[in-house]
Design a protein around this ligand. Structure first.
Ligand code: LLP
Length: 463
């Protein structure tokens, strides 16, 4: 056992004053329900179970690494969002977080709409039977072919992101003899307190049309002048993994101000506003996410208040949560392969996946938690870094965490809250085979996205 394994030794904060991990939990066997899917618990033998099935059985049947998704939790979260916003608002699940045909069917059954941002996501949605009118199509550079398909299939709204796209969509819609329902995505100039690469409403980035310099008002003028477009509203998405409602409130206020300006200039009141997604989830015990009903209340209060003061009819609100729905519902299960204690530093625990199944740690410095799940242990906590098997030292899954010091090769460990932006951003780096997604519910587990095989790799390599 390494010296750093003992909390009684030098305090980690003294050794690494810059370290940002907190002290180990009093009992590493206790699963913090904030970060785990709702049906996750430990059985009497100490093994983690989800949907009533132990991880040992799941690992045996489906292998590792693999994502296990708690279907009843996913459905419950869909319902919580739909109920919180009520019949006078629309919830669009952001498919980029994770999309598969099973997910589309669950969304459809639970009454949610769907936001897609590529032809591939659109195909998945339509193939699984999502009615086109319940789909919103996003993207800062949709191809002509994608726009054609969206218009032809009758997608409910296209969110316009540039002056070129306003003309392009209008032209294609006219050619098809339809008036396409559209929203204009505006950048409201809010600095969301999140990683630079996932903040989207400040001005110096690629999305949307800026409110500040009158560009958004000009975009509205142009859209209203084109026969192929029915402008139904304005859209704003300020970023991701946000806990502070202040950014959303500023965004809502500015969007409503734009509606008032449009009313004053054109004499029309646009019927809808979309406030995007971006609500944060708990990746570690330190994160405190808001509940959907609190979010719904905060947003609808601010919109109602601003509309009253601008003497506007309150528009229909829509939101686009992705991470907040799917993120907490899944965990990634790994098998421990090697364990390397670095004296005075930390212990490196290598698992059978890595940055190919979770790029978020390397890309955004994201924080995750981890637990030993095939058994409990009374051993002392040791400071670990969970790393993958890729040929890259930045291949880190969990930067700083504590696992029991008797951890051994063959143990199963799990990283919770990997439902969003893990499988959807997975890669084949080092010709890794992308892991399956297995939905678990009421004692049954079924593969909804199968594991990639070496034949899949060779099939694409037409040599
Ligand atoms: N609506 C729009 C227009 C978006 O661009 C996004 C996310 C969402 C909704 C959903 O945001 P959510 O509720 O899931 O935060 N790969 C990054 C996140 C990129 C998000 C891109 N757009 C990550 O892993 O954190």
């Amino acid at each position: 056992m390494s010296r750093s394994a003992h909390p009684a030794g030098p305090r980690h904060a003294d050794v690494f004053p810059e370290a940002h991990y907190s002290a180990p939990a009093a009992d590493l066997n206790v699963l913090d329900e904030k970060v785990w899917a709702r049906t996750v618990t430990r059985d009497t033998d100490g093994a983690l179970t989800v949907g009533g099935i132990t991880v040992a059985r799941l690992a045996e049947e489906f292998g590792t690494p693999a994502y296990f998704l708690d279907e009843s939790d996913f459905r419950a979260r869909c319902r919580a969002w739909a109920d919180a916003f009520g019949p006078d608002a629309d919830v669009f699940y952001a498919g980029k977080a994770f999309l598969s045909r099973a997910v589309v069917r669950w969304l459809k059954e639970e009454g949610l709409n769907l936001d897609v941002c590529s032809g591939g996501e659109l195909t998945t949605a339509l193939d699984a039977g999502m009615p086109a009118e319940r789909i919103a199509f996003h993207g800062n550079n949709k191809t002509v072919a994608e726009i054609e398909r969206a218009v032809e299939t009758g997608v409910g709204r296209i969110v316009l992101d540039s002056f070129q796209e306003i003309v392009r969509v209008a032209h294609i819609a006219q050619r098809h003899g339809v008036r396409q329902r559209v929203q204009i995505r505006v950048t409201v100039g809010v600095e969301a307190h999140t990683h630079e690469f996932i903040a989207t409403a400040h001005e110096d980035q690629k999305f949307g049309i800026a409110l500040a310099d009158g560009q958004a008002a000009e975009a509205v003028r142009r859209a209203l002048a084109l026969d192929g477009l029915e402008l139904i509203g304005v859209h704003s998405h300020i970023g991701s993994q946000i806990f502070d409602m202040a950014g959303f409130e500023v965004s809502a206020r500015r969007v409503v101000q734009l509606l008032a300006e449009i009313r004053d200039e054109h004499g029309i009141e646009l019927p809808e506003i979309d406030l995007g997604g971006g609500l944060g989830i708990a990746y570690t015990s330190e994160d405190d996410p808001r509940e959907p009903h609190e979010i719904a209340k905060a947003l609808s209060d601010i919109v109602t208040r601003e509309c009253e003061s601008a003497n506007l009819r309150t528009p229909r609100i829509s939101v686009e949560p992705g991470r907040a729905i799917v993120g907490p519902t899944a965990f990634t299960l790994y098998e421990v392969g090697t364990i390397k204690p670095l004296e005075g530093l930390r212990t490196y625990v290598s698992v059978d996946g890595g940055m190919s199944d979770n790029i978020r740690t390397a890309l955004y410095d994201a924080e995750y938690s981890v637990a030993l799940v095939s058994r409990t242990s009374d051993a002392e906590p040791m400071l670990v870094r969970v790393v993958g098997k890729h040929c890259e030292s930045g291949d880190i899954v969990v930067k700083d965490a504590f696992l029991p010091a008797d951890l051994a090769p063959g143990d199963l460990i799990a990283v919770p809250a990997t439902g969003a932006y893990c499988r959807s951003m997975a890669s084949n780096y080092n010709h890794a085979l992308r892991p399956p997604v297995v939905a678990v519910r009421d004692g049954e587990a079924r593969v909804i996205v199968r594991r990639e095989t070496e034949e899949d790799l060779l099939r694409l390599d037409v040599g």
